[in-house]
Design a protein around this ligand. Structure first.
Ligand SMILES: N#C/C(=C\c1ccncc1)C(=O)NCc1ccccc1
Length: 255
C-alpha cells in the first residue's frame, strides 16, 4: 500500500516537472532573464496573479493576457534584444520629453515603455477610449485587457460592419483624433485599422498602441497626423465615406 502511494506521488512529481519545464521552455524562448525577474517581482507584489498566452506578437513587442487581482490584464513586453529600435528613433529622439536619455538601447526601450503609459493616461484623461493604463516597469507595460474571458476584442481590420455602423465608428474615431489633438496635445502617429479595437458590445472604437504617439511640439507632429488621417480615410472608403484628407486634417485641428 505505502509502496503504491510512493510510486503515485513520484509520478505526479514527474508530471508536474514536465509541465513546468514545458512552461519554462515557452517562457525561455519569449522572456529573457531580466524580463522574467520583473514578472516574478510583479507577481510577488500581487499585480499579476497568473500569466496567460500571447494576444499579439510582433518584432518589437509581444502582448500577453494575464489575470490581475481584480480584473483581466494585458501585459505588453518590449523586446530588448532583437527589437528594431531604429524605427523608434524617428519618434523619440526629436521628442523634447526624451532628449536627455542616454543613447543606449535599453534606456531607449525603457523610455519608450514609460512614454506609452504616459500617452495612454493623457488619451484617457482627454476622453479617448483606450485600455486603462496601470503601470510601466522597465520594458513592461501593464494595462487593462480589452476583451472578455481571455478573448481580445477584434481589430477594426477584422470586424465586419454595415455601412451605417462603419459611419458611426468613423465619426467616433475622428472625434477621438480631435480630442487627442486639442485636449491631450497628442498625435497617435500610427493610427490605422490595425491599432483600433472594436468593442463588440456597443461597436465603439478603442485606440491602442500609443508608444510612438508624439506631442505637438514634435517637429513632424502634423505630418504624422496627416498620415493618420489618410490611413483612416483609406480604410473607411470601402464603406462609401468620401471625406477629403485636407478637410478632415483641418477639422481635427480647428474646432
Ligand atoms: N496594446 C495592445 C494590443 C492589444 C490589446 C488587446 C487587448 N487589450 C489590450 C491591448 C496590441 O495588439 N497591439 C498591437 C501589437 C502589439 C505587439 C505586437 C503586435 C501587435
Amino acid at each position: 500500500e505505502k509502496k503504491i502511494r510512493r510510486i503515485d506521488s513520484a509520478k505526479d512529481k514527474s508530471r508536474a516537472r514536465e509541465k513546468d519545464s514545458e512552461r519554462l521552455k515557452v517562457e525561455e524562448n519569449v522572456f529573457d532573464v531580466p524580463t522574467l525577474k520583473i514578472l516574478y517581482t510583479l507577481s510577488n507584489k500581487g499585480v499579476i496573479k497568473a500569466m496567460g498566452g500571447a494576444i499579439s506578437t510582433g518584432k518589437e513587442a509581444n502582448v500577453f493576457y494575464a489575470e490581475g487581482p481584480d480584473k483581466e490584464l494585458a501585459i505588453k513586453i518590449y523586446r530588448i534584444a532583437s527589437s528594431t529600435f531604429k524605427a523608434m528613433d524617428a519618434y523619440i529622439m526629436k521628442d523634447p520629453r526624451f532628449t536627455n536619455i542616454r543613447n543606449n538601447k535599453r534606456d531607449i526601450i525603457f523610455a519608450w515603455t514609460r512614454k506609452e503609459l504616459q500617452n495612454l493616461k493623457r488619451a484617457k484623461n482627454a476622453g479617448v477610449r483606450v485600455p486603462e493604463p496601470i503601470l510601466a516597469e522597465k520594458n513592461i507595460l501593464i494595462m487593462e485587457f480589452m476583451g472578455e474571458k481571455e478573448v481580445s476584442y477584434p481589430l477594426l481590420k477584422n470586424t465586419h460592419l454595415e455601412n451605417e455602423e462603419a459611419k458611426s465608428i468613423f465619426d467616433t474615431i475622428v472625434e477621438y483624433m480631435r480630442l487627442l489633438y486639442k485636449k491631450a496635445n497628442l498625435v497617435h502617429a500610427d493610427l490605422s485599422e490595425y491599432n483600433i479595437l472594436i468593442d463588440p458590445n456597443n461597436l465603439t472604437p478603442i485606440f491602442i498602441d500609443m508608444g510612438q504617439s508624439v506631442t505637438l511640439e514634435h517637429p513632424n507632429a502634423r505630418e504624422f497626423l496627416y498620415r493618420d488621417v489618410q490611413n483612416i480615410l483609406r480604410f473607411f472608403s470601402r464603406y462609401g465615406i468620401k471625406d477629403k484628407p485636407e478637410e478632415l486634417f483641418k477639422k481635427i485641428q480647428v474646432e
